[in-house]
Design a protein around this ligand. Structure first.
Ligand SMILES: Cc1ncc(COP(=O)(O)O)c(C=O)c1O
Length: 461
């Protein structure tokens, strides 16, 4: 899954200098060929803060605005065509305008999209998700943020404890309980033995940090110490089984098993945040791929053909707390539109064959990029995890967030416009990764490898 290094050569001054030159030249080219995006940005910024609908989309000096998509491709505001490896931050595993998804949307729309009453489609959709993730019960939400917020509420009710334990450098949505230690700057990190808990957003309750405990990933010994000291206050541990907001960090062998055992021993509810790993790295997400069953699972993104569907679920005794005083509601939860489309996505689009196709493409893309890295001697490595994968600009695989700080943002800053200018659309930050869709093909992946190979040669040469 993880390919080790390459090159072995540290990012020396010459390489960084070359990266800066490439970034400058490619950015100038990008800006010159996207005047319509620049104009739309000017207009958007008058109505939308940063000119975007979510702060994750902001970019300097302006983002590339997309007009439409089909298959594995998208077209920007200027008519520029790209192969899409961003895939809507991982939501578009079906690819764009997938014929069966379009048809399902039409069918659902024809029958009425919203009644605020539970439909048979919602029940079937819930059953299908429970089957995939071995959940006893679930409830729908509309976003990953709501899913983690509600799962944490259930955990607090179940334990009578308030503190949330989370992994340093992880993102779990934008509600107050988890807005700590998300890609923290080195000066806010604190020591390894007690990672910092500075709030990430203004406007949060001032003493919110009292209710958070931050621990490093892949460090069961550290977690055990924290549970020994503070276990009686900790309601839950929420974690991504493979970290996915710093490239990709895989769990070390045995780590998730130890986490499971510690949570059981200390009565801490174990929540897997599978907003990104769910449906992408296996039909039943990380729960299936790594073979460890949490108490609750949070799901979103690739659930319903790009529609805003999400859910959380797990142990019956925990989920039945919703029948005994835990509030969980939402006007649009599991509405007929997302339920019918979600069912089609899970049953007809993300089939066993589709997962085999994605695994083949993912391996081809990651190994192709690794070969290019090795050939040019770039300090980077690739990770391949089903429909997800990434290049991280650090020679060896990462173990935790602090390793991510060794990656070279300058190299990413050069690669991003290079890829865009040659028709490869990627996520705008080095903390993200690629997502493949069922509509991607071998030639699509080979084109990525070709363009990335040229980039590596230009950088290293
Ligand atoms: C791991 C993880 N959890 C939760 C969320 C929040 O999901 P949403 O953006 O749907 O609120 C995200 C979003 O990127 C995520 O990556």
């Amino acid at each position: 899954m993880t390919h080790t290094i390459a090159g072995g050569r540290p990012a020396g001054d010459r390489l960084l200098g070359r990266a800066r030159e490439i970034a400058q030249a490619e950015m100038a080219r990008l800006l010159a060929r996207t005047p319509a995006s620049a104009r739309l940005f000017e207009r958007a910024a008058r109505t939308l803060p940063f000119g975007v609908v979510s702060s994750f989309q902001k970019m300097q000096p302006y983002p590339i605005y997309v007009r439409h998509g089909r298959g594995s491709r998208i077209w920007d505001q200027d008519g520029g065509e790209y192969l899409d490896f961003h895939c809507g931050f991982g939501a578009m595993m079906a690819g764009h305008a997938h014929p069966r998804i379009v048809e399902a949307i039409r069918e659902a729309a024809t029958g009425g999209t919203h009644f605020a009453v539970t439909t048979e489609a919602a029940v079937e959709f819930a059953e299908e998700i429970c089957r995939r993730f071995s959940l006893d019960m679930l409830r729908f939400t509309n976003s990953g943020t709501e899913a983690t917020m509600d799962a944490i509420r259930v955990a607090r009710a179940a334990t009578g404890r308030d503190v949330v334990c989370k992994i340093e450098g992880s993102y779990h949505g934008h509600h107050d309980s988890v807005m700590f230690s998300i890609v923290p700057n080195a000066d806010l990190m604190g020591g390894r033995d007690r990672p910092g808990t500075a709030p990430v957003s203004r406007g949060m309750v001032k003493d919110a940090a009292k209710y958070i405990e931050v621990v490093p990933f892949n460090a069961a010994g550290h977690l055990e110490r924290v549970f020994q000291e503070r276990g009686g206050e900790i309601a839950c541990l929420i974690l991504e089984p493979a970290m996915m907001n710093v490239g990709i960090i895989l769990p070390r062998p045995g780590y998730l098993q130890s986490v499971r055992e510690l949570c059981t021993r200390f009565g801490v509810v174990l929540i897997f945040d599978e907003v990104k790993t769910g449906f992408t790295i296996a039909p039943g997400g990380a729960t299936e791929r790594f073979g460890v069953r949490p108490d609750l699972v949070c799901l979103a993104k690739a659930m319903a053909g790009g529609l805003p569907a999400a859910a959380f679920g797990g142990r019956e005794d925990l989920m039945r707390l919703i029948e005994r005083g835990v509030s969980q509601m939402g006007t649009y939860n599991g509405n007929p539109l997302v339920s019918r489309v979600g069912l089609v996505q899970l049953r007809e689009v993300l089939t066993a064959d589709a997962y085999r196709h994605l695994a083949r493409l993912g391996a081809r893309l990651a190994s192709g990029c690794q070969t290019a890295i090795d050939r040019a001697g770039i300090p980077a490595h690739t990770v391949d995890l089903g429909a997800k994968g990434c290049v991280s600009y650090r020679p060896a695989p990462m173990r935790d967030y602090r390793d991510f700080l060794d990656t070279r943002p300058e190299l990413f800053a050069a690669s991003y416009p290079w890829l865009l200018n040659r028709g490869i659309f990627m996520t705008p930050g080095d903390e993200e990764q690629w997502t493949l869709s069922v509509q991607h093909s071998e030639p699509d992946v080979d084109r990525y490898v070709e363009v990335f190979g040229e980039f590596c040669a230009a950088l290293g040469g």
